[in-house]
Design a protein around this ligand. Sequence first.
Ligand SMILES: Cc1ncc(COP(=O)(O)O)c(C=O)c1O
Length: 369
Amino acid sequence: MTRLAIRHGSINLAQGYPDFPAPTAIKQAAADAIAADINQYAITWGAKPFRNAIAAKYARTYGMDFDPEREITVCCGATEGMIASLLAVLDPGDEVVLFEPFYENYGPDTQLCGAESRYVKLHAPDWTFDRDELRRAFTPKTKAIILNSPNNPTGKVFTRSELEYVASLCQEFDALAITDEIYEHILYDGAVHVPIMSLPGMRERSILVNSMSKTYSVTGWRVGWVLAPPDLTDSIRKVHDFLTVGAAAPLQAAGAMALGLSSEYYTGLVHEYTNRRDHIVDTLQSAGLRCFVPSGAYYVMAEIPGRGFDNDLYFVRYLIEDIGVACVPGSSFYSPSSGGGSRQVRFCFCKKYETLEAARSQLLKLKDR
Ligand SMILES: Cc1ncc(COP(=O)(O)O)c(C=O)c1O
């Protein structure tokens, strides 16, 4: 979609990366680290100051203690964190439960491990799931459930009660919860993020994946981390070492600084993203598109208009070529066999206000067609 957007000169609300600058202090910390010659390999599972900063952040934010020596692995973004974790714990023939729609990587990640995905639907408008359907997806072959909250693409933030139910199934079926918490700080209207790992009985059976990409608007840095009990960390570190050796050393130094930022940084982040969310929701509704207001992350799912468009792919092409705005077809967040998402599209709003304003002028043209 990004390539199509460039070809047609349309505004890119497809791929989830900010078009505004990263925070100056974090960029300066990276430049300082390079100037101070932190330019060689860091230890494969992560530079000690960065692992210490990660441990301090979880103690401060969630009251969770992690041993930087045995429970933290720094990796190249959440992308590597997820595949390294899955390769470490899955065997061919294992089953993995996924909520659908899902962030595109999880399906191929599971396939690369030779495991099978079992899908459970999240239902619009509030993206709830049927507890019986979830229970039926767990079998004796289930090795793990992948859980992404706040969720891409839906903006759902799983409630404590939902997480408790997922946790009870993990315990009943002796399965792991592998969580992608990359949007943990991007929350709206008082929504609260609860790491499932913090629930009773889950510390030993959870793997928590996170990254600097979204919280600090540095998607190109490729710095993330995985938190897991020592035995799982041991396996994850081995896979990680052979996959990538390590994440960029000077950017880990900057990461140590970023994770120590004061609470005002996070309040400001939520404030700005709330304004952006309200802006795009108003635009989409004014353009005549029904959309599902997100409680977290920086995406909004919308329904394609009933008239004139066979499916999401036709609609997205029309938007890019005739209206001048790119978004992502909903079907890319569903398993091909499900046929889901064919009436949905996803817009991202991690963009400058001027980009959102320009997109608004274009999208309002939809009203006249
Ligand atoms: C849910 C989710 N997980 C992971 C990623 C990628 O994370 P990273 O840049 O840390 O590899 C994204 C990027 O859009 C995402 O939305």
